[in-house]
Design a protein around this ligand. Structure first.
Ligand code: N01
Length: 768
């Protein structure tokens, strides 16, 4: 091999080949990973530069377009110059970005040394920049010893060296020092024979914060013009480096994509499905329907979308919700930031480069500073491990992987395993169409009437008129719904009043019976027992056969398992073509060629529907090979149960953000509302980093342990402690450690905790 071709194979200096592909006609395509490094620039300032001009300078230094991002800037107190510190692929990129704005700067590659604390100087001290000129006679070793001598001399004199920039390419040594004043620093160095060059006092510059939509506390940054120049996004982004990768194009991913793009980030979203929608793309089973009042479920951030989208039903069916999400994505022109039909296979953290490397099942590889997992709480499907599962000769489907072409069920013998929210919806929808339906129930659930109806123009007008107060109600309620708990304790009411309240709530649509009930419904076992008893009596009234009714009656506390909303579910069991099989009395033995065998008999089936749920909370994340610092895998970390900080950050996995992760309030919440809250907080955290020139956030192990303990404690304080036999605790997934994965204190309390953490400057996290 010639020297020239060897050099070509190595690639440009500082650039590492990461993949070689053989293209058509023997052409070799090589991809390179470009390392980013630190650069320092002394920017002489035009004396006529006013406040706006200076802000512009700071803003443009935040520009990520050429992978130039700004870490810190220090403005001379005489306003004559600014010392900027960037992270960029090369000095030329920094010069180019600055030149584009008419700023001509001296830029040097540098090595940054010293502690990361660059906050304001302690009281009575100033920040001083010392420029130690590089003399032509000094080689690298001599310059290094000059550096050491400078730091030691300043330290011995009681000045604190905050950071040094050891510039290369003939640049000076730049020291940032905390001292009483510039004169004291100059005298100290001159006295030691170290001949400093320029010495000047400065203040650390804080670029303006990005405005966040829907920030809820008074301390949120004031809205200003976006500080990040708009990037031309007319073409699909094909680069191998972006600022953020989002996994999933469900509600969470769409919301996160919109938000991060608005902040000026370059974002790539990967979605395994053929189209957007997440669970609403995959859960196409007959009867799939949202449990939130539709108009409260959608996004709140676009007035145009709110005005243009007309919800048709109080509780929209799957086609309508999926259509809504496609509409949003198209209206906001988000598709070109997405890769559909592409599953993220792995994500590995490179601690030195400070980025995540994400690889997909399509062979794509991209690096990003931030990784946002919008993978869904309930998306990783699971099939029960029943002996003979592959022997069944009929068709079988999981509700959450329903074929797009649909399934012919008419006049067929259908079995459904599972009676959670999915099972209830599919059972009540297909019962009248199939020849015979066998419902295999292990644990009965309390279902409450959904009371769905079509929305009229008058309804839509009223919703538009009252939108602000509807949104405020949702924001401030326990679970993000239009319903909120009655603050009265249940036992303060007489038995007759309690009964009257239950009866009134029973007539209301949606989750009113759950979330507008007595305030201590979920805390006080006796109040809960009264509500549970009311619901059992309703089942008895609706189901003709007393034995079948008894089988349908749960014995756990109401609300300790997710409550399905139903539309004439219980009446299904009065039909002659429907049979309820109690798997507690007659457990499932095996699948056979012709159907299902229980300990009592064999049930012949043509089609078997698994409504058997999900590896909830953690499953979608642990099925991806996510590795944080030191190669630690997330699956290994969570082997003993999930542990997070606020359900959104994980220690050892810097810059990994979970939307609606485990230990979050979102699992019991109106998804649209809680997703926006989660995304708001994540965007705000990223903004906090960027506006301070920081690049890394990770919760401390202590803060994570404290949050995990708190989530457990809250669960123990509620009726959930009596029944941990559900996905709320991971109990539905064989082999999974049992730990509370939902934050039962509710969405309002959760939001307050998140806002308090942000206001306090993220005390549970380390940021660098
Ligand atoms: O799943 P589930 P889902 N043998 O886990 C049974 C959301 N969702 O898909 O209770 C026999 O609730 C299992 O029995 P058991 C909502 O948050 C929302 O229904 O473990 N049976 C149970 O009956 C919901 O909570 C909406 O004893 C087995 C069922 O399968 C979440 O998704 C609609 C079994 C699983 O119920 C999950 O609901 C749908 C076995 N080996 C879902 N394994 C809307 O908002 C499991 N089961 C509209």
């Amino acid at each position: 091999m010639s020297a020239q071709s060897a050099a070509r194979q190595r690639g440009p200096e500082g650039v590492r080949p990461i993949r070689t592909l053989r293209g058509a006609a023997g052409a070799v395509l090589r991809r390179y990973e470009i390392a980013v490094s630190d650069y320092a620039a002394i920017v002489p300032l035009d004396p006529r530069l006013d406040g706006d001009g200076l802000r512009k300078l700071v803003r443009l230094a935040c520009l990520d377009l050429y992978r130039v991002s700004w870490r810190r800037a220090f403005l001379a107190t005489d306003g004559a110059r600014v010392l900027c510190w960037y992270v960029a692929p090369d000095a030329e990129a920094v010069r180019f970005v600055l030149r584009q704005q008419g700023v001509h700067a001296v830029v040097w590659p540098c090595e940054v040394q010293g502690p990361s604390d660059t906050g304001p100087a302690q009281s009575g001290r100033e920040l001083i920049v010392v420029e130690v000129a590089r003399e032509p006679a000094l080689d690298a070793a001599a310059m290094a010893s000059r550096h050491e001598a400078t730091v030691a001399t300043l330290g011995a004199a009681g000045h604190r060296v905050v950071r040094t920039f050891a510039t290369r390419a003939g640049g000076p040594l730049l020291c940032l020092v905390e001292a009483s004043d510039a004169v004291a620093v100059r005298v100290c160095l001159t006295g030691a024979g170290l001949a400093p060059g320029n010495v000047w006092g400065c203040t650390a510059l804080e670029p303006e914060a990005t405005p966040l939509f829907g920030a809820t506390d008074g301390n949120a940054p004031a809205a200003t013009a976006p500080p990040h120049p708009r990037v031309d996004r007319t073409a699909p982004d094909a680069s191998a480096e972006v600022d953020a990768v989002i996994i999933g194009a469900g509600l969470s991913g769409i919301c996160a994509l919109k938000r991060l793009l608005d902040m000026g980030l370059r974002v790539r979203l990967y979605e395994a499905g053929r189209d957007v929608g997440g669970v609403w793309h995959f859960n196409r089973y007959p009867g799939a329907r949202v449990d939130s009042e539709s108009y409260t479920y959608g996004f709140s951030f676009s007035a145009e979308i709110l005005a243009e989208w007309r919800w048709q039903e109080l509780f929209a069916g799957q086609p309508e919700v999926a259509g809504y999400l496609r509409f949003v994505v198209d209206q906001l022109d988000l598709r070109r930031h997405m890769r559909l039909s592409t599953r993220v296979a792995s994500a590995r953290r490179d601690a030195i480069a400070g980025c995540w490397t994400v690889e997909t099942d399509q062979g794509e590889r991209v690096t990003a500073r931030y990784l946002v997992a919008a993978t869904g709480v309930l998306s990783a499907t699971q099939l029960p491990d029943i002996p003979g599962r592959d022997d069944f000769a009929g068709e079988s489907y999981h509700t959450a992987r329903w074929p797009e072409a649909g399934v012919e069920l008419r006049d067929r013998r259908v079995g459904v395993i599972g009676t959670g929210a999915s099972g209830v919806q599919v059972i009540q929808t297909i019962a009248a169409d199939v020849r015979h339906l066998t419902v295999f129930q292990r644990t009965p659930t309390y279902c409450i009437p959904q009371r769905n109806r079509a929305l009229t123009d008058a309804d839509r007008d009223a919703i538009a008129r009252d939108w602000a107060s509807i949104l405020a109600t949702c924001q401030n309620s326990y679970s993000g719904f239009v319903h909120d708990f009655d603050p009265r304790p249940g036992l303060a009411a007489s038995a007759a009043d309690r009964e009257a309240k239950f009866a009134a709530l029973w007539e209301k649509p949606g989750f009113a019976f759950w979330f507008a009930n007595f305030g201590d419904l979920m805390m006080n076992a006796e109040v809960n027992a009264h509500a549970s008893d009311f619901l059992r009596r309703k089942i008895r009234e609706r189901v003709r056969d007393p034995e079948v009714a008894r089988t349908l009656m749960p014995d756990h506390p109401f609300g300790s398992k997710r409550v399905p909303l139903e539309n004439r579910y219980y009446e299904v069991f009065n039909r002659t073509n429907v049979r309820l099989v109690d798997l507690r009395a007659t457990p499932l033995v095996a699948l056979t060629r012709d159907g299902i065998r229980t300990t009592r008999e064999e049930h012949p089936l043509d089609v078997l529907i698994y409504a058997t749920g999900f590896d909830a909370g953690t499953g979608a994340l642990t099925r991806i090979d996510i590795r944080g610092d030191g190669g630690l895998s997330l699956a290994a970390k969570w082997r003993g149960g999930p542990s997070t900080y606020l359900g959104m950050l994980v220690s050892g996995f810097p810059n990994l953000f979970l939307v609606n992760g485990p230990q979050n309030a979102a699992a019991l919440c109106n998804a649209g509302r809680c997703i926006e809250q989660n995304v708001d907080w994540i965007a705000r955290c990223i903004d906090h980093l960027r506006t301070r020139g920081l690049t890394r956030v990770s919760p401390t192990a202590e803060a994570e342990a404290e949050w995990t303990r708190h989530v457990e404690e809250v669960a123990e304080a509620t009726v959930l402690r009596v029944n941990k036999d559900s996905w709320f605790f991971g109990a539905n997934t064989p082999g999974k450690a049992r730990r509370a994965s939902i934050y039962a204190a509710g969405a309002r309390e959760f939001r307050e905790q998140c806002d308090a953490a942000a206001r306090a400057g993220y005390p549970g996290c380390t940021m660098e």
